[in-house]
Every structure is written in C-alpha cells, then in structure tokens.
Design a protein around this ligand. Sequence first.
Ligand code: DTR
Ligand code: CA
Ligand code: ZN
Ligand code: ZN
Length: 435
Amino acid sequence: MNLSTSRRTAAAAVLALAGLLAATAPSASAAPRAALAAPDIPIANVKAHLNQLQSIATANGGNRAHGRPGYKASIDYVKAKLDAAGFTTSVQQFTSSGATGYNLIADWPGGDANQVLMAGAHLDSVTSGAGINDNGTGSAAVLETALAVSRAQLKPTKHLRFGWWGAEELGLVGSKYYVNQLPSTERTKFSGYLNFDMIGSPNPGYFVYDDDPAIEKTFKDFYTGLGVPTEIETEGDGRSDHASFKNVGIPVGGLFTGASRTKSSAQAQKWGGTAGQAFDRCYHSSCDTTANINDTALDRNSDAIAHAIWTLGTEPTTPPGESTENTTDVAIPDNGAAVTSPVTIAGRTGNAPTALKVGVDVKHTWRGDVVLDLVAPDGTAYRLKDSSSNDSADNVITTYTVNASSEPANGIWKLRAQDVAAQDTGYIDSWKLTF
Ligand code: DTR
Ligand code: CA
Ligand code: ZN
Ligand code: ZN
C-alpha cells in the first residue's frame, strides 16, 4: 500500500493482464471420469443360491447355525463358486461358544490396494431354521454380485473384497474377529464396507443405512432411479456386521428390508404389502425358508448392490497423498467482491482428513490486501489468511493445513479470495487439495 502509485499501478496492470489472459486457459484439472454402469443381477441366479442354502439346511438338521454342519457346508458352497470364478479366497477360523467358526474372504485381483471397497453379509442362521431371509438373502446377493464382477472381468479403480461372516447371530462374532485381526495399517485402506443383512423380507420395507453420506447417497440415487422411496434404517446401528467396521472408523453403509417391526399404514401406502404386519413374520423362526422371500425386494436390492459396487468401485479416486489441482487463473478485483476457484473431489468415501493440505499460489502485489478462505462443499468456510495493513510483500505461495474432518470428502471445494484494500491487485494462479 506504500508503494509509489506509478510502480504499483504499472505492476497491477501487468498482473491483471496476465490474469485475464490466463483465465481463458483451460483448467488442468480434468473433470473426473464417470463410473461404469452396473449389470442387472438376475434374480433367478440369486434364488438358485437360496435353494442351495435351503437344501443345505434341510440336509443338516434344519439350520445353518454357527458350530453346526450346515454352516460349514454353506461356507464350502459359496467358496467353491468364488474359486471357480477367479477370486482369491481364504477361510478364517475362530472359536465362539466352544465351537469353530468360519469367515470367508474373497478378493477380486486388481484395483488400488490402498482403496479397499468391501461388501459383506453374515452367512449363519439361527438354530431354529434355515435362515433364508436372515441371512441367505444378503449372502446370495453379495455372492451373485461377486460372480457378476467376474463375468464382466471388471477392472475397478478400487480393490474389491467380499466377505461372508460366521456367528453374527451370537453377537457379530465373525466380523468382529475379522476387523480385530486387521492391522491398523490395513484398516486405513478401507474406503468403505457395505453390509447386507435381510434384504428380501416377505413384507418388505426399503431401508438405507445413514452412516456414511457418500455410500448412503449411492443407494438412495439407485432407488430414486427406480422411483422407489426409501427410509433411513433405524433398527439400530449395533444390529449387524457393519457395526464391527464402523467401530474402527471405516465408512459403512447398507440395505435392509425389515425384521420383526410392524409395517405402518403409511409405509404400506408407499411400498405395498400389509400394514400392521411384521416386515418378516418368520424372523428367527423355522418358517424362514425359501417361501419367506419377496422376489421384487430381493431383485431390487441385488441390483442396488451391483450399482454400489460398480459406482463406488470404478469412480476415479484421489489416493492419499495425491493432489487435485485447479490451475485456471482467476482475477481478484481490486478492493472488490470475493472470487472463487473450484476443485471437485469424487470417488472418496468418508470425511475429509483432520490434516487436509491446501496449497495456494496467489500472485498479488502487497499481499496484505488479500483474504483467503477454503469453502467446503456444504458452504462451511475455513479461514486460511486474514488481511494485514503492514504485509507489503508480494504473492501468497504456501500450504495451509485445515482440520476438515467434519466435512464429507466428496463434492466441490472452493478457494475464495478477496482483495479488501484499494490499489495492488492480483489473481489466483493455482491451488490444490491433498487428502
Ligand atoms: N440383527 C440382524 C437383524 C437386524 C435387526 N435390525 C437390523 C438392522 C440392520 C441390519 C440387520 C438388522 C439379525 O438378526 O441377523
Ligand atoms: Ca435384477
Ligand atoms: Zn438374525
Ligand atoms: Zn441377520
């Protein structure tokens, strides 16, 4: 502000001209590639798996419960399908209530090992029945989605992993064991865990877990596309295997068609079915057989799982440590309105980090005139730099660290700049976000 007017004005004119010319330059930050469209999951295939699980229960004392032969036979059935389809499978053993339990893990080769997207379902039933809705439906739909990945020879950006859990009915025992066995360095590689427990209830509701916003949106967008309204799943976070992952900070989501709660008349209005009746009258009962399934609900949810795997699994990711940059120059009007420069983040799940790096390169004489803010996708502003009446140096070229952990990562972030003192002008040259 104390520079001689002639020098400053000349300098300002050069900078403004540079900004104006460069502002027309295309941004170097390309728009993210769209995700691939998922295939339809044939409901006939899903029901064929349910028929196999029913036969296994019938041949093994009427159930597929932890510690019983029907459970291990269920594991062997699912594993054989995945081995034949080219997955890398492993069976993890654990002990619960004096009996050996088994988790089945299947990895689809390829994808970024530092961005693991996992889908899972518990494979065990209660002792009183075959457990076809609870949870043959989740197990069969996840299996058929994995087989669809193989049929498509999908090349995802993220690494796809699938899991079938033991002893969920004893208190999420298998999934807790799996997560507890994961080194913390492995846990941080998870971009999300998708859980499917009871997704074919005979008197179905369409419930979406509301834990991670990006995962929730993925499922809600799918159902919006079908014209089917959804509700938030409210039967309790701790009630299925997603809780094991959520408890260690992994973003989770999933779908649910209801258990012993009663469908209201308002819900029957929008979803059909019978008001005043439980979503699943055979919950944890011997009548939870292949006759205890609503095919439409199971079909829709199977397709929703595929939609989520293809959408979240193939979107471009911004791996940790890499930056997303905007190099389009934006002129900052002298002593005038604020201007912004956007950066789009996509394909991430969860929130931004506690140490989000904001690299800025603002060319401006007498930088004391300049105020800088980072604006999150929801509009929350984080002050990066205040104005100063005695900072006569030129340019702001530095990196700020912002705790943005309360902000969902995906969306359009903006750098906002304002010149709050007359004379001395400049422009945003470039800026970038590093997660
Ligand atoms: N605990 C599950 C059934 C169940 C009850 N509430 C929810 C909510 C979300 C998923 C599943 C459930 C079981 O009995 O296996
Ligand atoms: Ca289908
Ligand atoms: Zn159950
Ligand atoms: Zn269940």
